[in-house]
Design a binder for this molecule. Sequence first.
Ligand SMILES: [Zn+2]
Length: 465
Amino acid sequence: MTVFLGTVLHFTDDPWVPCHEGHDDPKAYHLYDPGALVVRDGVVLWAGHHHECPREFVDHGRVVDHRGHLIVPGFVDPHIHSGQVDSIASPGGQLLPWLRDYMYPSEMRFADPDYARAATSFFFDRLLECGTTSACVYTTIHPHATDAFFAEAHLRRLRMVSGKLLMDDDNGGTVPKEYLDGPVEQAEEECRRLIDRWHHTGRLRYAVSPRFALTSTLKALRMAGRLYQESRHTDRPLWVQSHLAENRDEVRAVMEKFRDSLDPRSYLDVYDKCGLVGPRSMWGHSVWIDDEDRALLADAGAGAAFNPTSNLFLGSGLFDLDGAARARARVGLGTDVGGGTSYSMLQTMNEAYKVVAMANTYPHAVEEKHRKTLTGLRAFYLATLGGARALHLDEHIGSFRHGREADFVVLDWAATPLLKRRTEVARDFHERLFVLATLGDDRAVKQTYVLGEPVLRHRWTRREA
Ligand SMILES: [Zn+2]
């Protein structure tokens, strides 16, 4: 048993309060300062105020002192690509040409098993140095690269959701032939083999992963939907992940592509008609959707990933966080590296704040009393419990409730001279947290813990320099 001392913050609900912008629901979060987090056998035994920590824990536990630092649940990133480690920060314009010119060539390098393993290992080091302990991850089309992903995740004892990309439509010649799946039956067989091998191996879960509607034939989307639906009422249901309505050109092309075959009401309706929308389905971006789509996501128990750095980098659009909240849709905060520009969930919170702020001005100015803002607390909620709920993993991760897996991150308010100076003059905890979300990055991560054990810092070569 180990007792971790520090400022402990976690959530049991979304602190968003309708009609009270900028205020947080005090019942949704738990702040213990000074606090204690007690971990036994990799799970949370107790979290609370230090002075209320039961004697038996203090007397019999090993004490690890992080006083003066902030302890929060490990970050949960519901949308990221392990196949894009070498193509982050690619100046490719908007989504479709950027995919063609940078992402597909970069992901094709994973055909080499040695490269795949080394790049995947690098990917996990970046996640952990940023305090991200769980994620929903796209690999590449290669089964062996997906094996490498799961093997590396298992080695690190991480809770991860992932799956092999499904792509069998060259989208008008924009995808190289050698980066497409073979016949749908073969892709299905590859998925089934990966599911048998990895789904429910330790903390791992499999997501059926059609890249998006433009790079899959209708037959492949239906196959993906069938795999998911077949599993839904078993004791090992599958996850689904795909990209939804990221960019306006993409939406137009999708509606055109499926007009005759599906006569869809919306982009999301294409996926829904293929059986892909339901609980544990995670929809990246969801920028250009309407209220009917949001209601469908909410009713289905599906999740949306808000990827601000990616949406800004590719000029895709502004995610409507308020619309999603009003619809009661499940939302997590995602980095979407390599479209996103940082592995750090703190930097992602920083950009999320700006996207929410921009929506007050663009496309139409909003009256002052109706303007939206993202509080520091809510940003941390989205990056922890929000993501866990969006992925239906909140029974395991995302909070410090009794019995949750003890993945957590220790953050340093004074990691840089600027952070130190600015957090010292913050008026209260809320402002301090906001400053950390805005100015923080991987440097603010003092230590990442997985199942109560510190992640070996010698892997983070930069820190040893
Ligand atoms: Zn993506």
